[in-house]
Write a new protein. Sequence first.
Lengths: 257, 257
Amino acid sequence: MAILNELSEFRRPIAINLANRPTPSNCEDCGARHNGLCEALTEDELAFLARSAQRITLAPGTVFVEEGEKAAYFYNINQGNVRLFKSLPDGRRQITGFSGPGHFLGLAAGEDNAFSAEAMDSVKLCRFSRASLMAVFEELPVLERKLLGVVMHELVLAQQQMLLLGRKTAIERIASFLLSWAVRLEMCPAGGLPAANSVLKLPLSRTDLADYLGLTIETVSRSLSQLKRDGMIDIPNIHEIILLRPRTLSEIAEAAV
Amino acid sequence: MAILNELSEFRRPIAINLANRPTPSNCEDCGARHNGLCEALTEDELAFLARSAQRITLAPGTVFVEEGEKAAYFYNINQGNVRLFKSLPDGRRQITGFSGPGHFLGLAAGEDNAFSAEAMDSVKLCRFSRASLMAVFEELPVLERKLLGVVMHELVLAQQQMLLLGRKTAIERIASFLLSWAVRLEMCPAGGLPAANSVLKLPLSRTDLADYLGLTIETVSRSLSQLKRDGMIDIPNIHEIILLRPRTLSEIAEAAV
DNA sequence: ACGCGGCCTTGATCCATATCAAAAAATACC
DNA sequence: GGTATTTTTTGATATGGATCAAGGCCGCGT
């Protein structure tokens, strides 16, 4: 199979989630809204990048970045979703983030990947070698500033997640997650509220949700049921949630006293 | 008091922890070891930066960066320790990291600070305005690449902490923390082990430890006591811990099966 | 030295969430 | 389209860590 041959090249790739938008609202550099690194670049810059890129398709479940392996590539995702995670030897897993179309993924801080990345569905992406990224940096110093913005935004998200994992209750975690997912889907700006009755598409299993929020699937399910009982949300099907009362959800999420 | 006047200028500073060493071993750029941004720069670059810096001393307990305030400054710490944290309205607190001498601190991803920073002891630092940082960037594009490395390393640490907060038990968190603190104090490379009977200085209160590890002070105290009972560590005094069996501690920390 | 106040440790109890178990719903497979 | 398989929900029980409550230790000021 041709695809399998391509996949076999993916044994030892990258490391850092540069996903998510650097700024949720309009970019202060260019004034335009952008969804990731590629959207932040001009046509010329994109063309330059494209020269050293390989286009690849991954089957669902493919682990194309493995923690601890040498970091050799970086990626820009064109289609599909990716989960980024770290694992313990006994199988416990912590999902540290998700990447989607337009998101940038890779760039090791050291020699090795700090986490693993796995395709959640059929994923199309562009792969660049580490060396070619360095060459691009020489040619496009502006890229580094833009990357800096992307990574800094990642760090802000990571800090939010630390607060969630270290100090929030199960219900608060779920409420926080739903609102942050609405931001991710551009249904509202960061810090803002989505409209009442917004429909949230969740391309995640309950297991993913649990591993992202530091809970068990049972607790995730129970918390969602309770929010539904309390009239905060509706759950027409497993992968869709309707935010009936975003304002109250937000109060739960931020634990207003 | 002169000091108080200076402090009053610190009502609305910066946002991101760029602390900790970008690479624990020798830097791949310059071959030298460096402890933070300043150590990563040449004499000339440092001189350029110094032109726009103000030297400031902070009293213990001073909160000089406040979450949600406009990000106006960034800092390089010369002396003392700083805790970086996020809080919930009801007082729950999550410490996201610590900064020490040589560490860089600041740089908002957006307009506002994403966290607060507080002096743990008497702190001396250099303060730069956001505008002067931009000017420095124009003059020293290399700075951006170096900053990128620092921020990426921060992100790796944040991801490790997410795994700890989301999936590790109390004992595992304490063991992980002790070993990571040894790395921080340069008693061993990242991923390596400190020598048996190494003495670890902890300039933290149990409350700081609890807020960093997502536990209560009682659980921190009990876990330390248990590790002592089990012969893993000794605790000659509250701010010093002797690592009797680093290898076993490491097995606990990484939950080897 | 003494006493006071702020950490820290230890003990007793409670509770939020994990774990174990099974039914129900969704999805995949013939 | 119906059955097998996986995923999700719900229920019953267990438990790790939180909470409540003393007591001990140490530094500090008088």
